[in-house]
Design a protein around this ligand. Structure first.
Ligand SMILES: C[S@@+](CC[C@H](N)C(=O)[O-])C[C@H]1O[C@@H](n2cnc3c(N)ncnc32)[C@H](O)[C@@H]1O
Length: 286
């Protein structure tokens, strides 16, 4: 079978889906299996494909047809202009999270240009937030904590991929992961995109999200468990005037703002995403 016919078959298999781009997805999967780029696929339509590649391709298309995320098949996701290695067991980085990263990058430039500062990411997953900060701001010492074995493995793969020597990753339960390292009062910025989906909403999620780890999604009964946990404890780890910044759910801004106020944070701001929905909240420790 040639490349064009195989692509056509792939599109037939996954084409019934209501979302995604079957033609592009089939092309990307086949180019990955053949070890070539997209342009090669477009320009070599008549080239024959081996039976073993054909078999693997069909199996992957059938898997994709069940809703299995394309990023787990391709083992890659672009975030902040960097190609992160991704596998099942870590959250697929979302474009919305770039709002949080861009805010932090600008904040560093305005407040700490070229100063050697400390940054902590709680729940780093693939390393999307932590490693983007480390990559684009070499003056920052980046620390990351995640509770999962797969995030730890994937985080290190990406740290090596981007050749970063300003990053330390730890396994643990939030601040417990950096306990005993003498880092209390040392962080200029603490960031987190914690699990924030209310447990009863998990069932209603798009099929693809159901393949992502529950540990990365479920934030307790009302989705706010991690904010209630992190906001008071962060005060022990932030330096004076330190920034605490979170990604949040679209309807959680007001409630998280109240927790920040109760805990004494100042200059609280909520940032919106492109759809005009609450996406990021931040506050300064006095
Ligand atoms: C929503 S994901 C965010 C991943 C990544 N930071 C991103 O933005 O793509 C939340 C992450 O928090 C981690 N996590 C969940 N509970 C945790 C805990 N108690 N301590 C540390 N990490 C935790 C999960 O393993 C997951 O990787």
């Amino acid at each position: 079978m040639d490349i064009n016919s195989l692509l056509k078959k792939g599109v037939e298999i996954i084409g019934e889906r209501k979302y995604g781009n079957p033609q592009l997805e089939a092309t990307l999967v086949l180019s990955k299996l053949l070890g070539v780029d997209k342009v090669y696929i477009y320009t070599h339509g008549k080239e024959k494909v081996s039976p073993s590649v054909k078999e693997k391709f069909i199996k992957l298309m059938e898997k994709r047809a069940t809703g299995y995320p394309i990023q787990y098949i391709l083992k890659e996701k672009e975030f902040m202009g960097l190609d992160f290695y991704i596998e099942e067991g870590v959250l697929v980085p979302r474009p919305d999270t770039e709002i949080l990263v861009e805010y932090i990058l600008n904040y560093i430039d305005e407040k700490y240009k070229n100063e050697p500062i400390n940054f902590l990411d709680l729940g780093f997953g693939s390393g999307a937030i932590a490693l983007s900060i480390a990559y684009y701001r070499r003056n920052v010492n980046v620390y990351g904590v995640d509770i999962g074995d797969i995030p730890l493995k994937v985080g290190y793969i990406n740290k090596d991929r981007f050749k970063l020597d300003n990053v330390k990753l730890y396994k643990g339960d939030l601040f417990q992961g950096i306990e005993g390292l003498g880092l209390e009062g040392k962080f200029h910025i603490i960031a987190s995109n914690p699990p924030y989906i209310p447990i009863e909403d998990i069932e209603m999620l798009q099929t693809e999200v159901k393949y992502e780890p529950l540990d990365a999604l479920a934030g307790g009964e009302d989705g706010l468990d991690y904010y209630r946990n992190i906001i008071p404890k962060a005060k022990d780890y932030l330096c004076p005037q330190g920034l605490l910044i979170f990604e949040i759910g679209y309807d959680q801004g007001k409630r998280i703002k109240n927790i920040l106020i109760e805990e004494g944070y100042k200059n609280i701001q909520i940032l919106k995403d492109l759809q005009g929905l609450d996406r990021v909240i931040l506050g300064i420790m006095e």
